[in-house]
Design a protein around this ligand. Structure first.
Ligand code: UDP
Length: 343
């Protein structure tokens, strides 16, 4: 079950591993991201199989997605249903699986930001309560799940995004021409991505965009459609050092982000990627589920007015513990899923 950008990326290494373990995968695309740039391009460039089902809800509403997912589960009668992460697509898939009785497998189980104002936090907790097999990226997540007393079996497998990064970064650097296309030098620019609901409200977006303009370096800002709409509607002025570009495919984005001096983001996944790339991260959110990156001194949480100062100060710590697995999570997951099918 996939529905948005990070889920396409997470599913790519797992699709490969499932194939290698002889597990048939039927992909259901919930249509939560229906913009071409945010969807089609990933299927093309990551070599993902065509989704067998397209829900095409064109809406992030859980209850609008659920019936069509339930119909796909009913038609396929799968040995298990896999959901990724914490979006409304994840929750819709989890509810549909639970109602059908098919065992639910949650990839990225046990993550918590502690921020109940984020819809994702509610999704995480509900999906983990429904899952039979909980695949946690790290020990911290496992401990959280044990504390919450979830009913399903917990396995620590590492992070599938690390697999995507391990497999695709070399390809990205070799294939992508994005730096020369944008006339950038490695280490000579900042990459920004902002799209969280809370940050695209004018009250936060205006100071945020102004603060990006106060950075003394070029800022490349691949602009999510939601953010672009908010900038246009509020007629926010953008300073000359800030370059708004279309959202990029994973390959170009990995090539760009991995050679930035600093990454400014409110994305979840990108905070980890920044860490794996060795690029310091400035996160425009009051909380994060990737607390270890902050504790390691590689990531800092700021409010919209604090971005420029944090970017100027951002450095990678000299010592960095390995975080979130070894890039071989997909293999472990495929093995567990294959075993679940046999049991
Ligand atoms: N990403 C991308 N193109 C872009 C911006 C981000 O491919 O223009 C990738 C990024 O490398 C990361 C993922 O999209 O792997 C993050 O997705 P997003 O920020 O939408 O979601 P979140 O991680 O916050 O759930």
């Amino acid at each position: 079950m996939v529905g948005n950008r990070p889920q396409f990326i997470k599913s790519a290494p797992l699709s490969l591993a499932l194939r290698q373990h002889g597990v048939d995968e039927v992909v259901v695309h919930t249509g939560q991201h229906y913009d071409r740039e945010l969807s089609r391009v990933f299927f093309d460039e990551l070599g993902l199989g065509e989704p067998a089902y397209r829900v095409d809800a064109r809406s992030p509403d859980v209850e609008r997605m659920r019936p069509a997912i339930a119909a796909a589960i009913e038609a396929e009668r799968p040995d298990s249903v896999l959901v990724y992460g914490d979006t409304n697509s994840t929750l819709a898939g989890a509810r549909a699986a639970a109602a059908s009785g098919a065992p639910l497998v949650h990839v990225e189980a046990g993550l918590r930001s502690g921020d109940w104002s984020m819809p994702e936090e509610h999704n995480r907790v509900e999906v983990d309560r429904l899952a039979q097999l909980l695949l946690a990226p790290d020990e911290r997540s496992r401990e959280t799940l044990v504390r919450e007393g979830v009913a399903g079996r917990i396995e620590v497998v590492g992070d599938v995004m690390a697999d995507a990064s391990r497999l695709l970064r070399p390809v990205a650097r070799e294939r992508s021409r994005i730096l020369s296309r944008l006339a950038l030098e490695p280490g000579g620019y900042v990459v920004a991505t902002i799209h969280r609901e809370a940050n695209v409200h004018p009250a936060r977006l205006a100071p945020l965009v102004a603060d990006l303009g106060a950075i003394h370096e070029p800022v490349v800002f691949p602009t999510h459609p939601r953010t672009r709409r908010a900038i246009d509607t509020s007629r926010l002025g953008v300073r000359a050092n800030v370059h708004l570009v279309e959202p990029l495919g994973y390959v170009d984005f990995a090539a760009l982000a991995s050679r930035a001096r600093v990454i400014v983001t409110d994305s979840g996944g990108l905070q980890k990627e920044a860490y794996w790339y060795g690029v310091p991260c400035v996160t425009v959110r009051p909380s994060t589920e990737w607390v270890d990156t902050v504790e390691a001194g590689a990531n800092v949480l700021v409010e919209p007015g604090g971005i420029a100062a944090a970017v100027a100060a951002a450095r990678m710590p000299p010592e960095r513990p390995p975080l979130y697995g070894d890039g071989h999570a997909a293999d472990r997951i495929a093995e567990l899923v294959a075993r679940l099918a046999r049991s």
